[in-house]
Design a binder for this molecule. Structure first.
Ligand code: HEC
Ligand code: HEC
Length: 205
């Protein structure tokens, strides 16, 4: 017979947020030649819904170095409050470090509405080249398919990065009344793989 304490621990484990270790994502690209350009463009349209979503684009900003507050839980779209500026370091080293509030938390969490999101890795802005906020589907597609501007990644490496980046697991389980990114992490990874096998086609505008 299980003791009540063990039963309680088990219950706590089963209900713990899924993104600390990460849900298991499978990287299974479709076979070469099985995805048409048309299907690749359809996959891109869904990828764009994700990359332009506030849970991604609020951090994927350009040379202003200013994270954004946007999405339903924020009401009006505006730069991060409290005059936060990430500087060229992208981690706020020149001003107030992001980690002052976005502390590293092994278990993830901080589900209180309007509290700073905390994840199991260092919170920082995406590289300037990966500017997605306010950018079109054609612009983001051009950037993400260009190894000079995407951190030197093939589509397989992009898919792999999506699994290993714990911020991304947060984006689908953001807590605090925030709207999660659309689809699921696995569906997003599948779309990146289909788009890649189709030859990374981009919309013309
Ligand atoms: C907390 C800020 C933050 C959020 C939110 C965020 N990212 Fe990022 N992203 C980064 C950082 C930092 C890097 C650079 C990491 C590296 O190159 O190892 C990055 C890099 C990437 C890359 C690598 C390719 C490139 O162009 O640099 C992809 C793909 C990516 N992010 C996808 C996403 C998606 C999809 C979402 C939303 C579901 C998202 N990110 C949300 C900070 C963020
Ligand atoms: C003084 C505390 C503080 C500092 C320092 C801080 N933040 Fe924040 N951040 C917050 C709070 C609080 C929120 C959530 C506000 C809300 O939900 O209304 C937030 C939210 C965010 C969001 C939006 C996340 C989402 O919901 O999509 C991003 C992006 C962000 N911060 C990036 C940064 C970056 C990058 C830095 C460092 C340059 C930084 N923050 C420094 C307190 C801080």
């Amino acid at each position: 017979m299980k003791s009540p304490i063990i039963a309680m621990c088990l219950a706590a484990l089963l209900t713990a947020p899924a993104f600390a270790e990460g849900e298991v994502v499978e990287i299974n690209p479709p076979a070469e030649g099985t995805v048409t350009v048309e299907e690749g463009l359809q996959a891109w349209a869904r990828i764009y819904e994700v990359t332009s979503h506030p849970r991604c684009s609020n951090c994927h900003v350009g040379a202003s170095n200013r994270p954004m507050w946007s999405g339903p839980s924020y009401g009006k779209t505006r730069p991060h409050g409290m005059n936060i500026n990430a500087g060229d370091s992208r981690i706020g080293a020149e001003f107030v470090p992001c980690a002052t509030c976005h502390a590293l938390r092994e278990t993830g969490g901080n589900d209180m509405p309007h509290a700073a999101p905390q994840v199991a890795m260092d919170w920082q802005l995406a590289p300037v080249e990966a500017e997605w906020f306010g950018k079109s589907a054609a612009e983001i597609c051009a950037q993400l398919s260009d190894t000079e501007r995407n951190g030197g990644r093939s589509f397989l490496e992009i898919a792999d990065h999506l699994d290993h980046d714990l911020i991304l697991h947060w984006a689908w389980s953001p807590g605090g009344d925030r709207e999660p990114a659309p689809y699921s992490l696995q569906e997003h990874v599948n779309d990146v793989l289909s788009w890649g096998v189709a030859g990374m086609p981009c919309p013309s505008e």
